[in-house]
Design a protein around this ligand. Structure first.
Ligand SMILES: *[C@@H]1O[C@H](CO)[C@@H](O)[C@H](O)[C@H]1NC(C)=O
Ligand SMILES: *[C@@H]1O[C@H](CO)[C@@H](O)[C@H](O)[C@H]1NC(C)=O
Ligand SMILES: *[C@@H]1O[C@H](CO)[C@@H](O)[C@H](O)[C@H]1NC(C)=O
Ligand SMILES: *[C@@H]1O[C@H](CO)[C@@H](O)[C@H](O)[C@H]1NC(C)=O
Ligand SMILES: *[C@@H]1O[C@H](CO)[C@@H](O)[C@H](O)[C@H]1NC(C)=O
Ligand SMILES: *[C@@H]1O[C@H](CO)[C@@H](O)[C@H](O)[C@H]1NC(C)=O
Ligand SMILES: *[C@@H]1O[C@H](CO)[C@@H](O)[C@H](O)[C@H]1NC(C)=O
Ligand SMILES: *[C@@H]1O[C@H](CO)[C@@H](O)[C@H](O)[C@H]1NC(C)=O
Ligand SMILES: *[C@@H]1O[C@H](CO)[C@@H](O)[C@H](O)[C@H]1NC(C)=O
Ligand SMILES: *[C@@H]1O[C@H](CO)[C@@H](O)[C@H](O)[C@H]1NC(C)=O
Ligand SMILES: *[C@@H]1O[C@H](CO)[C@@H](O)[C@H](O)[C@H]1NC(C)=O
Ligand SMILES: *[C@@H]1O[C@H](CO)[C@@H](O)[C@H](O)[C@H]1NC(C)=O
Length: 555
């Protein structure tokens, strides 16, 4: 009995000694294993790896804990290696997977690693964070990666990984962040991803993934961001996405998705950005979209969507960027769009919209003085949102350009080309003083070009071609000192071209063909270098340009 009580502290002592010896030898073994990997790297002489040596502390056992990028716990066991962005060049073949039993975080992103991900990686049983993004790692994602059950973050983005996403990833039941984007992955998105219930972000974009979007993704109720764009996904958008109440970003553009946009998407109450452009989606834009009160960006262009623009879109008070171009939308532009007080970009081009431009569109602008517009960013700058880009070209709009539209002093880009708009331009057009692009071509505008166009001194491109404009070209256009391209072709303009146009120094391309113009062309490079095609079809132009007779007072 006595001997036992004496023995107890001794035993304890021995145990402690042994365990600290073990730690020391673990750490020495780890150091040697790490040095072995270092020796395999082409970049071993890189300055950041200089501290990875055995010569620094001759009196103690070699420990990697003081080495650059290596972190240990209080027991001197390596818990984290972070070498992100230090030009590490080599493979992972000799990485000490077996010697780092407590490694929890491994960040080797943005280096020059190549070769495969060794299946041995599954030996890092404590790993919660793995980032190998932005290297040149190739081959397949080893299914063994799923043995790392504690994994929360798996970032393999920006490599050359091919093959399919292993279905076993569905076993990583603590995973919150999965980024496999910008690789060469093919095959389907495994339905097993639907088991990753803690998943917050899913980045699979820019691969060659094909097949349908598994409805099981709708089970991932913690999802905040989903990026599936730029793949070869087909089939419908799953209506189960309607369950994703925390989702803020849904990017599925540049695939071959077809079928309708599910009504249920209107339930994604946190949604801020939805981008479905360049797919083959058809049917109506669901009226339920009117419920997406936090939506700032909706890109639905380049699809086969038909029917009207739902009036409910006017409820989306946060909307900044609405792009519905290149669909088959018909009916008239809903007046409710005038309620989108934060809207900056409205693209509706290439649809079948008809009717006139609603007066309410004029509400989408704010008066700002030039100083305010170009002034310093002030604390209330964010409140000063207003329409900057408006494109409704290539539709079937009729009626006139409204007075209100002419007043949109913050507009930078206005394209109403290829519609059935008629009558004269309103004089208020001179208020579009910030615009750099104005395209009113291919309509039925008539009467004179208003002298107020001369106030648009920031214009780079002015296209009024293919209308029925008449009268003389106003001399005021000489104020358009920023102008690079001017197209007045296919109108009924008459008289002489103002000689003052020779002062339009930036003018690079002109087309004045098919009018009733006569007399000398202005003495500027744009006119002198104009082609026959850009000058022909007039009454009697003359000058030193191809196809024109010289101007001579004797005839
Ligand atoms: C690293 O430097 C050592 C000594 O300067 C040299 O012997 C070795 O070849 C170098 N290794 C590489 C991969 O450049
Ligand atoms: C070894 O690492 C220490 C820093 O830990 C450094 O001061 C020393 O120069 C290194 N030795 C060699 C030979 O690179
Ligand atoms: C690694 O270090 C970089 C800064 O050098 C840091 O941004 C990154 O979050 C670190 N990674 C981990 C897993 O701690
Ligand atoms: C993956 O790429 C490697 C070359 O890096 C190639 O040998 C292999 O056949 C490819 N595998 C698949 C499934 O595409
Ligand atoms: C897409 O991925 C490739 C690598 O597979 C990369 O080179 C390219 O920059 C990526 N593109 C985008 C837009 O991220
Ligand atoms: C769409 O994806 C293809 C590859 O599938 C790529 O080449 C192209 O740049 C992408 N386009 C856009 C707009 O992202
Ligand atoms: C849409 O479908 C048509 C016809 O099936 C096809 O030609 C086109 O490439 C598809 N577009 C996209 C973006 O998938
Ligand atoms: C819009 O197009 C659909 C067919 O896609 C047609 O049934 C409907 O009458 C059209 N509506 C208008 C206002 O032109
Ligand atoms: C615009 O919003 C106001 C209230 O915010 C509402 O009364 C009006 O009906 C809306 N207009 C349209 C055209 O939807
Ligand atoms: C355009 O609208 C006019 C009526 O304003 C109508 O007669 C014509 O059929 C429409 N064209 C197309 C292509 O929808
Ligand atoms: C104006 O619009 C027409 C038709 O949409 C287009 O063909 C033309 O290139 C545009 N002009 C300029 C200067 O962009
Ligand atoms: C808008 O244009 C009209 C007509 O040219 C002019 O009287 C008015 O002062 C302009 N308003 C602003 C705010 O520039």
């Amino acid at each position: 009995m006595k001997s036992l009580t004496l023995l107890a502290p001794l035993l304890l002592c021995v145990t402690l000694l042994c365990s600290s010896l073990n730690v020391a030898s673990d750490s020495a073994a780890a150091a040697l294993a790490i040095l072995k990997w270092k020796a395999s790297l082409q970049s071993q002489n890189h300055s950041v790896l200089l501290s990875w040596n055995t010569s620094n502390n001759p009196n103690t056992k070699t420990s990697p804990c003081a080495w650059f990028g290596i972190h240990c716990n209080h027991a001197d066991s390596v818990t984290k290696i972070n070498l992100t962005g230090y030009g590490v060049k080599g493979t992972l073949h000799l990485f000490p997977f077996l010697s780092l039993p407590n490694l929890a975080e491994l960040d080797l992103s943005t280096n020059e690693l190549y070769g495969i991900i060794p299946p041995k990686i599954s030996q890092l049983s404590k790993l919660t964070y793995l980032d190998l993004s932005f290297n040149q790692i190739s081959g397949q994602i080893p299914p063994e990666i799923s043995h790392l059950v504690h994994r929360q973050t798996l970032h393999l983005a920006g490599n050359q990984l091919n093959g399919s996403i292993p279905r076993e990833i569905g076993q990583l039941k603590f995973l919150t962040d999965l980024a496999l984007c910008s690789n060469k992955l093919n095959g389907c998105i495994p339905a097993s991803l639907g088991k990753l219930s803690p998943l917050v972000s899913l980045f699979l974009y820019n691969n060659s993934l094909s097949g349908p979007i598994p409805p099981e993704l709708g089970n991932l109720r913690n999802l905040v961001e989903v990026y599936l764009d730029t793949n070869r996904l087909t089939g419908p958008i799953t209506s189960t996405f309607g369950n994703l109440k925390k989702l803020t970003v849904l990017q599925m553009f540049n695939n071959s998705l077809s079928g309708p946009i599910p009504f249920e998407l209107g339930n994604m109450e946190s949604l801020s950005e939805i981008s479905l452009y360049h797919n083959n989606l058809s049917g109506l834009i669901p009226t339920s979209f009117g419920g997406l009160r936090l939506l700032t960006l909706a890109h639905l262009y380049e699809n086969q969507l038909s029917g009207p623009i739902p009036e409910e879109i006017g409820n989306l008070n946060s909307l900044v960027d609405l792009e519905l171009s290149e669909n088959q939308l018909n009916g008239s532009i809903p007046a409710s769009l005038g309620n989108l007080s934060n809207l900056e970009i409205l693209f509706l081009r290439d649809n079948r919209l008809s009717g006139s431009i609603p007066n309410e569109i004029g509400n989408l602008m704010k008066y700002l003085s030039e100083n305010e517009f170009y002034g310093e960013v002030s604390s209330n700058w964010g409140l000063c949102k207003s329409l900057e880009i408006l494109s409704i070209s290539r539709n079937n709009l009729s009626g006139t350009i409204l007075l209100e539209l002419g007043l949109m002093s913050t507009l930078l880009y206005l394209d109403l080309s290829a519609n059935q708009l008629s009558k004269s331009f309103p004089e208020t057009i001179g208020n579009l003083s910030m615009s750099f692009y104005l395209n009113l071509s291919i309509n039925q505008f008539s009467q004179n070009i208003p002298i107020q166009v001369g106030k648009l001194t920031r214009l780079f491109h002015l296209d009024l071609s293919h209308n029925m404009l008449s009268g003389e070209i106003p001399g005021e256009l000489q104020s358009l000192q920023s102008l690079e391209t001017l197209n007045l072709s296919h109108n009924n303009l008459s008289g002489e071209i103002p000689a003052s146009f020779e002062h339009l120094r930036g003018l690079y391309t002109v087309d004045i063909s098919y009018n009733e113009l006569q007399g000398p062309i202005p003495n500027s490079q744009a006119f002198l270098n104009a082609s026959v095609q850009e000058l022909r079809g007039n009454k009697a132009l003359c000058g030193n340009a191809s196809g024109l007779p010289p101007c001579t007072p004797f005839f």
